[in-house]
Ligand binder design. Structure first.
Ligand code: ADP
Ligand code: ZN
Ligand code: ZN
Length: 721
C-alpha cells in the first residue's frame, strides 16, 4: 500500500490522493496533515489504496494526527451518503460533522474528560473573599460540595477562568467510559391505551431499523411515550439521541429527562463554545453520554452504541440547514438509524406532509395519539371577522374585550404577530417614499428602541433618517405593525398589566430568553407578545387566550408550502392555550373567515387538513409526490445568473426528458445584499432520474467560466423557494 485517498475541507467535488511515506501508518478515519497548493490542510483518510488513484505525481502525507480513527464505519457511510445525496463536496460535509477543534488538529484525548476541583488555596478560602463576584462565589460554593465534571459546567467558562487565574481551582483529568445503567428516578405514568400501543410498538422493534410517526395532538403525552421508549434502551446500555428544532428547547427538554433518568445527559447546539463541543463529541464517542438532546447537527455525533433516535417537532423547518451544506436533519437521521440498526421515532402534533406521505407509502408506521392525556379541554378556535370593523392598533374591539376579561380573571394572554421590529417600513407623508434597503429589493424595518432601520434580509442597518430621501420632508411615519409597536400600544391601552415581548430582538442577550420565560412562568396575569418563537414547544400553563393578530398575510402566498405552514402554526399556537386547568380560546383575526383552509383546520383539525393538502399536492404534482431540486444563483450582473441557469435548463430539456423544470425565474426576494438572484426548479417523479440529471448538470455547467463569475448553489429537497 502506498497511496491513500483523503477527504479535505475544500469546496471541490473530488477526492485527493497522496503518497504514504515509508514507515508511516494510517487507517481509514484518522486525521492527516497534507500539502495542498501552497498551503497545508488537515483531512481525513477516506480510503486506502484507491484503485484509480490519480496518475500524476502525487505529494506525500506530512503527518498523521490520530492513532485511532475519529469515527467508525457508521459515520463514514452517513457522510458519504450525505455527500452523494445532496451532491455536496465531501470535504464540506465533513466540516459540518466535526467539531472545529478537531478540524484544526487538536488532539483527541481518548476517553478523557476533566474534573474541576478546589486547590488547597481554594479550600481554605474565607467566604467573604468572593463577595463582590457572586457568580464566582456560587461556583466556589458548588465545588465545596463536590468536584464537578466539565460537562456539568456548560456556560460557566468566565467564572472558571477567573477562579483558575486566582489559583483557587484546578482541572484534573478523568477517564470517560460507557455509562452504567441506573434505575429510573421516577416511576413512569400509567399510559392511556393509545400511548401504550405506541410504546409497545416502538419497544418491540428494539435492535432493528424501523420508522415511526408519532402523531399526537398537543398535550397528548408524546414526551411520556419518548421517556418510556428511552428507558429500556438505557437499561441495555445503549445511547439515545433526541433531536429538537430550537436551542431554546434543549434546556427545557433536558430538565424533563433529567427528572426521570439518573444517567449522564448532555446537550448539543450551535451556541456552545468550541471546547464544549469537543467535550460533547468525546462523551458521545466514549459512550459516556447516555442521552444527547441536540439541534440538527447532533445527528453526526459518533455514538458508541446508538439504540434509539427521536425527532421531536419533526415538521419544524429549522431541522433543515439553509446555508452551506443544505441538508434535512430528519432525512439524514432516518439514514443514521438505518446504519445503526435502531428505531427512529418522529413526533409532532402537526406532521409534515412528507412524513404523512411516508405513512401512506407504508414506510413509516403510524402511531396516533388523538386525545389529550389529561382532562384538559381542547382549546376553542374562534374567528374574529375584521371586515368593516374599526381597528385599534390592529385589534378589533371584540378582541380587546376578551383580552381584558382574561387579564381581570388573573389569566395570561398571548398575542402572536410574525413581524419583529416596530414597523415594516417608514413612509414619507408628503410624497409616499418608503425606506428601502439599498442592497435588497425589500423595505427596511423601523426599530424604535434602537433608532435603527434594519434590513431583515441582509442585516444591514443604519440610523433612522430625519428627512425623506426623495423630497426632503421631515414627515416620516411608520407603516404597518411589528411586535415592538404592538407591545408599546398594548402598554398604553391596558396599562394595569405588564407586557412581555418574546422575539429575536428581546432574546438576543444570553440568558434573556430564560429570564422572560421565567417571568411568564411566575403565572401573574400578563400580556405576552411574540413572533413564531412562541409557537415552539413552550409550555405556558396560565395562558388562556391566544390571539393571532394577522392571519391574512399567510393565506395568500406564492409558496406552495405556505398553507401547510399556516395550518401547522395555527395548530401549534392553539396548543399553547389552556394547558393548565383553564379552557383556552384561540382568536384568529381575519378578513376572510370563510377561507376553506381556516374552515378545514378549525372544524376538522390538522390531520384532516393535511390529508386534503396531500391530495392537492398529488393533483398539482408537487412534493412529496415529486422530488424537487433547486439551483440558486447570486450575481452582481443579473444577466450572468440568468445565462448560467438557462444553460442548465437547455441541457435538461434536451438530455433529461423525464425531468420537468420551472424557470429560470426570479425568487420573491429578487435582489439581496446587492446581488441579483435567480432560481431553476427541477421536478421529477423518479428520484434516481433526478439525481442522474443533477450529476449531468453539475459536470457540464458547473466548471465553466460563467460558473466562477457567479455564486450558485444546489438545494436538494428545498423547503423555501
Ligand atoms: P405533548 O408532548 O404531546 O404535548 P406532554 O408529554 O407534554 O404532551 O404531556 C402533556 C401533559 O400530560 C403532561 O403534563 C404530562 O405529564 C401529562 N401526561 C402524559 N401522559 C399521561 C398519562 N398517561 N397520564 C396522565 N398524565 C399524562
Ligand atoms: Zn438588505
Ligand atoms: Zn418625501
Amino acid at each position: 500500500m502506498n497511496r491513500v485517498r483523503v477527504a479535505l475541507p475544500v469546496p471541490l467535488h473530488q477526492h485527493f490522493d497522496y503518497l504514504l511515506p515509508e514507515g508511516m501508518q494510517v487507517q481509514v478515519g484518522v486525521r492527516v496533515r497534507v500539502p495542498f497548493g501552497k498551503r497545508e490542510l488537515i483531512g481525513i483518510v477516506w480510503q486506502l489504496d484507491p484503485e484509480n488513484a490519480h496518475p500524476d505525481k502525487l505529494k506525500a502525507l506530512l503527518e498523521v494526527l490520530d492513532q485511532t480513527p475519529l469515527f467508525g464505519n457508521e459515520i463514514k457511510q452517513l457522510l458519504s451518503f450525505a455527500a452523494d445525496y445532496y451532491h455536496h463536496p465531501l470535504g464540506e460535509v465533513l466540516v459540518s460533522a466535526l467539531p472545529a477543534l478537531l478540524r484544526e488538529g487538536k488532539a483527541v484525548l481518548a476517553g478523557h474528560g476533566r474534573l474541576l476541583q478546589l486547590t488547597p488555596l481554594g479550600s481554605s478560602l474565607k467566604t467573604d473573599a468572593l463577595q463582590r463576584a457572586p457568580r464566582q462565589l456560587a461556583l466556589w460554593q458548588r465545588l465545596q460540595q463536590a468536584a464537578c465534571r466539565e460537562d456539568e459546567l456548560v456556560g460557566e467558562s468566565p467564572q472558571i477562568k477567573a477562579l483558575l487565574e486566582k489559583d483557587l481551582v484546578a482541572w484534573q483529568a478523568i477517564e470517560f467510559s460507557p455509562f452504567v445503567p441506573q434505575p429510573d428516578r421516577q416511576t413512569p405514568l400509567q399510559l392511556n391505551p393509545a400511548q401504550a400501543l405506541a410504546v409497545s410498538a416502538i419497544n418491540q422493534s428494539a435492535g432493528s431499523f424501523s420508522r415511526f410517526l408519532l402523531e399526537g395532538v398537543t398535550g397528548s403525552g408524546k414526551t411520556e411515550v419518548y421517556l418510556q421508549c428511552i428507558s429500556p434502551v438505557l437499561q441495555r446500555g445503549q445511547q439515545v439521541l433526541v433531536l429538537v428544532p430550537e436551542i431554546g428547547l434543549t434546556p427545557q427538554t433536558l430538565a424533563r429527562f433529567a427528572k426521570r433518568f439518573a444517567v449522564p445527559l448532555q446537550i448539543w447546539h450551535s451556541n456552545m463554545t468550541d471546547q464544549e463541543r469537543l467535550l460533547a463529541w468525546q462523551r458521545s464517542q466514549s459512550g459516556d453520554a447516555a442521552i444527547t438532546i441536540g439541534t440538527r447537527s447532533a445527528l453526526f455525533l459518533p455514538f458508541l452504541q446508538l439504540g434509539l433516535l427521536i425527532i421531536d417537532e419533526e415538521h419544524d423547518a429549522s431541522l433543515k440547514q439553509q446555508e452551506g451544506f443544505r441538508y434535512h436533519a430528519r432525512d439524514l437521521a432516518v439514514k443514521r438509524a438505518a446504519l445503526a440498526s435502531c428505531p427512529i421515532v418522529l413526533g409532532s402534533a402537526t406532521p409534515s406532509l412528507e412524513s404523512l406521505y411516508n405513512v401512506q407509502q407504508g414506510k413509516f408506521a403510524h402511531l396516533p395519539l388523538p386525545e389529550r392525556a389529561t382532562s384538559q379541554k381542547v382549546p376553542k378556535i374562534e374567528l374574529m371577522d375584521l371586515k368593516q370593523q374599526v381597528l385599534k392598533h390592529g385589534l378589533a374591539d371584540g378582541t380587546l374585550v376578551q383580552i381584558k376579561q382574561r387579564l381581570q380573571r388573573g389569566e395570561q394572554v398571548m398575542l402572536f404577530l410574525n413581524r419583529r421590529g416596530f414597523a415594516p417600513a417608514l413612509i414619507c407623508h408628503e410624497c409616499g417614499w418608503l425606506t428601502e434597503c439599498q442592497r435588497c429589493a425589500a423595505f427596511t424595518t423601523f426599530h424604535k428602541q434602537s433608532r435603527q432601520l434594519v434590513c431583515h434580509h441582509c442585516g444591514a442597518s443604519r440610523p433612522v433618517p430625519h428627512q425623506c430621501g426623495h423630497c426632503g420632508s421631515t414627515q416620516l411615519a411608520p407603516v404597518g405593525q411589528g411586535t415592538e409597536q404592538l407591545e408599546e400600544q398594548l402598554q398604553q391601552l391596558i396599562p394595569d398589566f405588564p407586557v412581555i415581548r418574546l422575539d429575536r430582538d428581546s432574546t438576543r442577550r444570553k440568558g434573556s430568553l430564560e429570564a422572560l420565560l421565567e417571568e411568564i412562568n411566575q403565572g401573574q396575569p400578563a400580556i405576552i407578545v411574540g413572533t413564531q418563537m412562541l409557537a415552539k414547544g413552550h409550555h405556558f400553563p396560565k395562558v388562556s387566550l391566544v390571539v393571532i393578530v394577522d392571519v391574512d398575510s399567510a393565506l395568500y402566498s406564492s409558496d406552495f408550502r405556505a398553507s401547510e405552514q399556516l395550518a401547522q402554526l395555527l395548530t401549534q399556537v392553539a396548543g399553547r392555550a389552556g394547558r393548565g386547568d383553564i379552557a383556552g380560546t384561540v382568536l384568529l383575526q381575519t378578513h376572510y373567515p370563510g377561507h376553506p383552509l381556516l374552515q378545514d383546520v378549525i372544524q376538522n383539525g390538522y390531520s384532516s387538513f393535511a390529508r386534503s393538502a396531500l391530495l392537492e399536492r398529488q393533483q398539482t404534482r408537487l412534493p412529496p409526490y415529486q422530488h424537487l431540486a433547486l439551483f440558486r444563483t447570486e450575481s452582481f450582473d443579473s444577466n450572468d445568473g440568468l445565462l448560467f441557469l438557462t444553460g442548465m435548463q437547455q441541457l435538461i430539456a434536451t438530455e433529461c426528458p423525464q425531468v420537468q423544470y420551472l424557470g429560470p425565474l426570479k425568487p420573491p426576494l429578487e435582489r439581496k445584499a446587492g446581488k441579483f438572484r435567480w432560481q431553476l426548479q427541477l421536478f421529477c417523479r423518479d428520484r434516481r432520474q433526478l439525481h442522474l440529471a443533477l450529476d449531468l448538470v453539475l459536470s457540464q455547467c458547473c466548471s465553466t467560466t460563467l460558473s466562477r463569475k457567479i455564486k450558485w448553489q444546489l438545494d436538494v429537497d428545498a423547503l423555501d423557494l
